[in-house]
Write a protein that binds this ligand. Sequence first.
Ligand SMILES: NC(=O)c1ccc[n+]([C@@H]2O[C@H](COP(=O)([O-])OP(=O)(O)OC[C@H]3O[C@@H](n4cnc5c(N)ncnc54)[C@H](O)[C@@H]3O)[C@@H](O)[C@H]2O)c1
Ligand SMILES: [Zn+2]
Length: 365
Amino acid sequence: MHTTTEAVRIDVGSSAGAYAVQAGPGLLGSLGAQLRDVGLGARQFVVSSPTVWRFHGTAIAQALPDAHTILIPDGERFKHLQTVNRIYEALGAAAAEREAAVIAVGGGVIGDVAGFAAATWMRGVALVQVPTTLVAQVDSAIGGKVGVNHAAGKNLIGAFHAPRLVAIDPAFLATLPRREFRAGLYEVVKYGIMASRELFDRVAGDLDSLFKRRPERLVPTIVDCCRIKARIVTADEREAGERRLLNLGHTVGHALEAVTKYRRFRHGEAVAYGLLAAARIAAHRGLFAEDERHRIADVITALGPLPSVADLSIGDVLEAIRRDKKMSRGVLRFVLPVSIGSAQVVNDVQADEIVKTLTELGMRS
Ligand SMILES: NC(=O)c1ccc[n+]([C@@H]2O[C@H](COP(=O)([O-])OP(=O)(O)OC[C@H]3O[C@@H](n4cnc5c(N)ncnc54)[C@H](O)[C@@H]3O)[C@@H](O)[C@H]2O)c1
Ligand SMILES: [Zn+2]
């Protein structure tokens, strides 16, 4: 555990070159200097959303006084090509060329959409991620996956485009709605289950002080997650192996989001159900101890209420899982916990195991 409130630096390797994730209080204030350090002093284009701008626009504009500002709507329903096109229009109007840098300041949607614009504008310009939600700070800003949704499915249009820098300032989280903050904590719990018992124990043992969002408590937790993600994506940038472990809880989670048309759950909430499902499937198989499964269920319960799944049909959820499988070259991969702190990919989970588990989670047949 790191107790310092100074900025922490984590290095990430990528095929496009290494980059640093910097995390700590006050980082937004020094963003201009950090950009110059990585050679991105000229032609800066901040892409953000009206919501983020309302709370933090003054501070962002102060940090980057020479940047153009492009505001686009965020939220999952705006994560499509038309929104990317709005960024292209603004870049074109300002005659942005190869040396332009796109600085995404927002949640995962802004990071993915602005990142995709950066990946494709003039065959790729520099990208900087300044994540402002907990989900984005612990997950989406790192690893270079960018993209948008298509009518045929989520994240179907995308690219790998590594950022040149990721700057994480916990001050952004002070204005995050409580539900969004909790959604991020489920992803933190995911990291604990898949890779660090110490992180899991620390989060489980001290939810109250995390909820107070004090930087000295938040930064070490965020840094632990970033270290796990950085290590994994450095080893397996293109998700040929170990990076798949990051999908713990996401097979069922994605299916729940799809059957409710991305309206009922925050992504992290759907993942919370996915974690409960994965823990049950693993426990049924004798792969995972029952008391550890209870510990996971207890933390998820303690994090607060989740939207109901009682009206969801198990058949529909199973169908959505199969559709996801079709999209991933026909292999149904489940990530299952083996103990708190480690997980493995399993390719032979059967429909009846999923049905049994979804029934136990309260869905209707
Ligand atoms: N690229 C990846 O590797 C990766 C990984 C995980 C998730 N994602 C993507 O991330 C998206 C989810 O990200 P998200 O949960 O950040 O959602 P989001 O970007 O929709 O943000 C959630 C809400 O919080 C608001 N917001 C953002 N920052 C704020 C702040 N500081 N204060 C107040 N409000 C703020 C936004 O306006 C929005 O309404 C999904 O589209 C998912 O696919 C991508
Ligand atoms: Zn996720």
